[in-house]
Design a protein around this ligand. Structure first.
Ligand SMILES: Nc1ncnc2c1ncn2[C@@H]1O[C@H](COP(=O)(O)OP(=O)(O)OP(=O)(O)O)[C@@H](O)[C@H]1O
Length: 609
């Protein structure tokens, strides 16, 4: 029965649905089914414990019946004590059984949470970069909250109500034995309550879509504001943000009030209905007692039993919201978990390929209908050498290096490293051959050395310090009060932007890849640090392919090859001696003293002043 009462997603293996149906199966697609499968033995055991618990739950009514019919009329004190001790004994057993059942349900909830949360996190980290870009962090955060809602199905009052349902059946049987005349009344009311439960389920479901949407949009907005708190503070533009948040909040509150009003009506209505029901049972029972169809004890016991029978059904009525929430959460999770992830690691220990990157007929666009960033691109980069990728903002430089790293899959064409077609390998394989430092690196909170170790497993402290020296990070780290043991805040708070970049570079140097790809590595670096970085890269480039996206003229001048991303789908290439004068208007790695652009900026500043 449990299977029919719980959301489908909690009991059935997930099946790809809708747009995901054609997509390659994700190893996490069945995570909900598997998690519930793992929890099911505990749930089933809890369901079995519910049978004796339900039976014991009837004992107080039987006790009452006996007290009225045997003890009071016959003054049977010894019977009373025997009954009293008996009921205490059974209630103690019931308490133990209830504790066990709660424990089992808690374990089942934890198993479900553990299984789904783990799968969700893995599924997030394993999906392609493009897929990650499409869903904001706040949406992921909400999905993790959904896992909690699914778990709550087993640990809330709803589970209690479902598991107590057998009590309704047992109570009906006992009423049939001790108070047959009131049985039809109880059955009719049970029917009314069951109808109400079903009706409310439908009502709650219908109205929840909008409420859920509003609540999620509010949560997304709140999460974004929390993430942008420093920017809001520094730009002092929190007024409009606050106004927007208030508007979203008010809309959610209005909808939530309306929905809660309906749910409270259902709950209050149920309470009143239960009282009416009790009155009708007593009235019907009193008439039957007067007709001598049943005893007074039967009447009192029947009233109590009828309440026992109705309680789980009433519990279902008032807990439908929890069930609807869990069902929606499960369905959202199912849809996300079915989305494709990247290829799993090959498990092969392939030889390190030479650092020769080839792009053959590569097309790339972000969206099917969007403009192409690259069209029929042909490139051969390396092996070895320092390769500078230049171009105006938004031309496609970062996109190009992400294609080279296999982080973006080309819309058409192939990207290969040596003999390996990158599309055939997963992220873990590719990361052994190509090391990539993106423009912005998130720095996790914690001790510097611990974060470095976590990001570069398998490297000793000496290697880490050597990489920091290469990246020019060692000097500033050594000057920190606790050196490499200094604790850094979330996102790298406590370090300057340039210091964070140097640590990021150290991580990139720690790996020994065939190709080292750095996206604007000298941004935020001072003059000397940049010069040191260029020297390091030139040295590394003797044996490995180093690809650098840069706006720095000095970096370009030091390169062996220059690639100009034109912004119209093509890439021009040449030696720095040809490209630098054409692109920068300078032969050496120093800017011209007064270019036309500089003159224009100067005149604009003057007129603004
Ligand atoms: N996730 C995305 N979805 C859609 N379009 C994108 C996405 N990322 C980048 N673009 C667009 O693709 C183009 C190339 O972006 P890219 O980041 O590669 O430029 P870039 O040359 O590295 O610029 P910059 O010098 O400013 O870093 C830009 O027009 C940009 O707006």
């Amino acid at each position: 029965m449990l299977k029919y009462l719980l959301p489908r997603q909690l009991v059935a293996p997930a099946t790809p649905a809708g747009e995901g149906a054609d997509a390659p199966a994700s190893p996490h697609a069945d995570a909900l089914g598997r998690a519930f499968g793992a929890a099911y033995p505990a749930v089933r055991q809890a369901a079995w414990w519910s049978v004796p618990i339900s039976l014991f739950g009837l004992l107080p009514s039987i006790f009452l019946l006996q007290v009225y019919d045997r003890v009071i009329y016959r003054s049977g004190t010894s019977t009373l004590w025997a009954l009293f001790s008996g009921i205490l004994f059974f209630l103690a057993i019931e308490f133990v059984l209830r504790r066990r059942r709660s424990r089992l349900l808690r374990d089942a909830g934890a198993t479900i949470d553990h299984g789904i949360s783990g799968a969700l996190l893995q599924s997030m980290l394993e999906r392609p970069l493009r897929a990650l870009e499409e869903r904001p962090a706040a949406a992921w955060f909400l999905l993790f909250r959904d896992v909690g809602a699914v778990r709550m199905t087993l640990s809330s009052g709803l589970a209690q109500a479902i598991f107590d349902l057998p009590m309704a059946l047992f109570a009906l049987v006992v009423i049939g034995i001790v108070a047959l005349p009131v049985l039809p009344v109880v059955v009719v009311f049970l029917g009314i309550m069951a109808f109400l439960a079903w009706w409310w389920a439908d009502e709650v479901r219908a109205g929840r879509v909008e409420e859920t949407e509003r609540s999620r949009s509010l949560e997304r907005m709140t999460a974004e504001i929390c993430a942008a708190r420093e920017t809001l503070k520094t730009q002092a533009n929190d007024g409009p943000t606050l106004a927007g948040w208030r508007q979203t909040y008010d809309r959610w509150l209005a909808e939530s009030f309306r929905k809660n009003g309906e749910i409270e009506t259902a709950r209050d209505g149920t309470t009143v209905l239960l009282t009416i029901f009790s009155t009708v049972v007593i009235t019907a029972g009193a008439l039957s007692v007067m007709q001598q169809w049943m005893t007074v004890g039967g009447l009192v016991a029947a009233n109590m039993l009828a309440m026992r029978a109705l309680q789980p059904v009433a519990g279902l009525v008032s807990n439908w919201r929890a069930l609807a929430t869990a069902a929606e959460a499960a369905s959202r999770l199912e849809k996300v978990l079915v989305e494709p992830v990247e290829r799993a690691p090959s498990g092969l220990n392939l030889p390190q390929p030479p650092g020769l990157v080839r792009l053959r007929d590569v097309d790339f666009r972000f969206h099917a209908q969007g403009r192409p960033v690259f069209e029929r691109l042909q490139l051969a980069i390396g092996p070895a050498g320092l390769h500078a990728v230049v171009g105006r903002n938004g031309a496609g430089k970062s996109t190009l290096v992400r294609l080279i790293c296999g982080l973006y899959a080309p819309t058409a064409g192939t990207v290969s490293l040596g003999e390996y077609d990158l599309a055939q390998f997963g992220r873990d394989d590719r990361a052994k051959w190509i090391s990539y430092l993106s423009q912005e690196v998130y720095w996790f909170a914690g001790e510097i050395i611990e974060t470095l170790r976590r990001c570069a497993p398998g490297h000793g402290d000496e290697q880490i310090v050597a990489a920091c020296k290469l990246a020019g990070a060692h000097d500033f780290v050594s000057r920190l009060p606790a050196g490499y043991r200094t604790r850094i805040g979330e996102g790298g708070t406590g370090l300057s932007v340039g210091e964070r970049r140097k640590l990021g570079l150290a991580l990139a140097f720690l790996r020994k890849p065939s190709v080292l790809v750095l996206d604007e590595p000298s941004n935020d670096l001072d003059f000397h640090s940049e010069r040191q970085l260029i020297n390091t890269l030139v040295a590394i480039a003797r044996t490995r392919t180093v690809i650098v996206v840069t706006h720095s003229l000095r970096m370009v001048a030091a390169a062996t090859h220059v690639y100009h991303v034109t912004g119209d789908g093509a890439v021009e290439q040449g030696a720095p001696a040809d490209m630098v004068p054409r692109l920068f208007g300078s032969r050496r790695g120093e800017p011209e003293p007064a270019t036309a652009a500089a003159a224009a900026v100067a005149s604009a500043s003057a007129s603004a002043a």
